[in-house]
Design a binder for this molecule. Structure first.
Ligand SMILES: C[S@@+](CC[C@H](N)C(=O)[O-])C[C@H]1O[C@@H](n2cnc3c(N)ncnc32)[C@H](O)[C@@H]1O
Length: 379
């Protein structure tokens, strides 16, 4: 098996493959199931003026963000929103922006900020070094009009600019994409500029903290616990507002998806940092500087939830078509984050399709189990 930290070969780059991600997002219900989990946190937050601050720690294609916003806008129809989305991928940025026009139409008092910065920088919209601060791209975009179509047209017109600002290079060390220049795009309705004055972030003056932080699949499954805590969870938990809540979601592998993986690669163990282990490591890391952080009621047990592959009932009963088998296989290797080279090698034979068909037939479909856990800040 290839090692992503092996410097002698091109590093493992799993989420390079957009098609896998897009196929997974559209054929499985995970992103809606995640938004439901986010929705269950709504009753626990009490935003304070001037706005409800929400941070999405990796918007991906924006399905989780858009669906979460629909729930939040219903719950807080008269509260202004500041929504900050971190996303390094230009394609995912485009897909996220596409989902925003109707949100601006339904909930006018909303500022949306998109940035490509790192976890340690993005919550405060400020790069870590003076040199990067000097190179920061920052664009305020007041959207004219009042309809979704007007907003969509103006957001689409930003594409050439974003193509320049969202350029990446590949880290020699990890294979992960790194931004060329830190960039911030601020969107709000022009007709709300006056009332949103205290909510619109200003370059260099962003002392922001958050009522709700969504960390959905925010890291690579195979990263060690120390890296997940130090580079992702700790900086995010540090950015909580008083009374704020951070919900983290990750895959568990306790599901038929993992049976497909084990049938093809018996030794695979992608999920070695369960939620309780992460919380145990996070607590001492925050104890000194952030003693007011609290952890899911029972740190030994996290909240498990299930989502499935969309399959027509007749298919499972009568005949599982090749495209369903391919979608199921894609979902299994995507969730287990299997190296592209391993997947390509497996797909030269037919054992992978046989294993997928067998698991689908035995379980009458395919599903996965995710877990969620919450870190909160005392009021
Ligand atoms: C694409 S993003 C996640 C963006 C967004 N928060 C979401 O949930 O779609 C970054 C990471 O998510 C991983 N990822 C997304 N969904 C996953 C899932 N259901 N299981 C395992 N990894 C997943 C990708 O492999 C990548 O490492």
């Amino acid at each position: 098996m290839s090692d992503e930290f092996d410097s002698t070969q091109r590093p493992f780059r799993f989420f390079d493959n957009r098609e896998k991600y897009l196929m997974f997002v559209t054929t499985c219900g995970e992103k809606w199931a995640i938004a439901e989990q986010v929705g269950s946190e709504i009753a626990n937050i009490s935003p304070r003026p001037p706005a409800l601050n929400l941070f999405d720690a990796g918007t991906g294609d924006g399905t989780v963000l858009a669906s979460s916003l629909r729930r939040l806008h219903e719950a807080f129809p008269h509260v202004p929103f500041l929504v900050v989305g971190k996303e390094i991928s230009l394609e995912d940025l485009r897909l996220t922006l596409e989902k925003l026009p109707d949100r601006f139409a339904e909930h006018p008092q909303m500022v949306v900020v998109m940035t490509n910065m790192h976890y340690s920088e993005a919550p405060r919209l400020c790069p870590n070094t003076k040199a990067k601060q000097a190179a920061l791209n920052w664009r305020d975009c007041a959207l004219d009009g009042s309809t979704s179509h007007e907003f969509e047209t103006q957001i689409n017109a930003l594409r050439p600019l974003l193509r320049d600002w969202w350029q990446v290079r590949t880290s020699d060390k990890t294979g992960n994409p790194l931004y060329e220049q830190p960039s911030v795009l601020v969107l709000y309705r022009a007709d709300q500029k006056f009332v949103l004055d205290a909510v619109i972030p200003r370059r260099g003056a962003c002392d922001l903290d958050y009522d709700l932080i969504i960390a959905a699949q925010p890291y690579r499954a195979r990263h060690p616990v120390e890296i997940k805590v130090r580079t992702v969870l700790a900086p995010l938990a540090a950015a909580l507002a008083p009374g704020g809540r951070m919900i983290t979601i990750q895959a568990t592998g306790q599901d038929p998806g993992m049976e497909i993986i084990r049938a093809v690669w018996p030794g695979e163990q992608p999920f070695q940092t369960p939620g309780p282990m992460l919380l145990e490591a996070l607590m001492p890391c925050l104890a000194e500087s952030f003693p007011d952080r609290r952890y899911s009621a029972d740190t030994q047990r996290t909240n498990l939830f299930r989502y499935g592959l969309h399959v027509m009932p007749t298919e499972i009963r009568e005949h599982i078509g090749t495209s369903t088998l391919l979608a199921a296989w894609n979902a299994a290797v995507y969730v287990a984050q299997i190296d592209d080279r391993q997947v390509t090698a497996a797909m030269t034979g037919s054992a992978y399709l046989d294993a997928t068909a067998e698991v689908l037939a035995r379980h009458g479909g395919l599903w996965f189990i995710d877990e969620s856990f919450v870190v909160s800040r005392q009021t």
